[in-house]
Ligand binder design. Sequence first.
Ligand code: 3HC
Length: 311
Amino acid sequence: EMSEEERAFQERIDRGDKIEPNDWMPDGYRKTLIRQIGQHAHSEIVGQLPEGNWITRAPTLERKAILLAKVQDEAGHGLYLYCAAETLGVSRDELIELLHAGKMKYSSIFNYPTLNWADIGAIGWLVDGAAIMNQVPLQRTSFGPYARAMVRICKEESFHQRQGFDIMMKMARGTQDLRRMAQDALDRYWYPSLMMFGPSDKESVHSAQSMAWKIKINTNDELRQKFVDQTAPQADYLGLKIPDEKLRWNEEKGGYDFSEPDWNEFFEVLKGNGPCNRERLGARIRAWDDGAWVREGLMAHAEKQAIRPAA
Ligand code: 3HC
């Protein structure tokens, strides 16, 4: 049974109001946003690790500069999102502590290794492609700071996807070896990219409530379908084959039929048993500990500044 306040709040959501940090909101709405925005921010920061590994190994200076710019953008996306989460009364330190304690998640996709340069192309094309599919609708989410962060992030994501697709084009049109590398990267990144949209709708625990609050605008399966419909023709254009024998256009559905990812693998990765979970969390914890002296120095400096008598 809804309280008077909850009913008034739902009416605001239903008429498309933007909810701002100082507005009244149900505890569950605040909690869901802290969970989703916090994990979204963690994904951006952890997502720098797989690509960062290839900045020093990029094949040309131009590719190095492009990848550097993309990884730097991801850091910025993480900061916008941590700021959006802070407006809900949680500190960045708390969110990072929960991540390091394994109590908050980041996107499963970043628990897969980047074995060679073609993976950087596949990540830009598929992972950033999937992220765009998921983030564009979030520009219309009901919480103001999150929606506004998404507008800014989506502008930069299209460059991320474009540069990845460009790498795949170059390799798919290259020598036999390059084409084989591009196909191998597609084989390894296809299903993990489908997992980025979350479990199937019937398995999704949060979707119903998140959609009622317009925190989630489309269901997981809807966005996954849109991603396949957009990406399948791109693979054809590249002359690469999506590793799914079931994939075929279904006229009356107006979309592709395709095989779902291995959900056991998905839930194993979420439990921490993916190929790189320990390595990724270890790298984040090490970076946090190694950076403590910088944070402490800055805080000490700020305190001194604060008590210095005005000149
Ligand atoms: N990886 C890790 N956890 C996942 C996941 C994934 N791919 N998909 C779902 N989950 C988790 C959910 O977080 C939830 O666990 P929790 O209760 O501990 O948070 C559980 O699985 C059940 O899933 P639900 O579908 O019920 O959960 P949601 O309603 O939260 O939907 C979501 C999942 C679609 C990922 C949604 O949270 C969302 O849209 N988040 C914002 C977008 C986001 O985080 N994108 C990350 C992509 S990577 C990125 O942005 C970087 C880019 O620049 C490359």
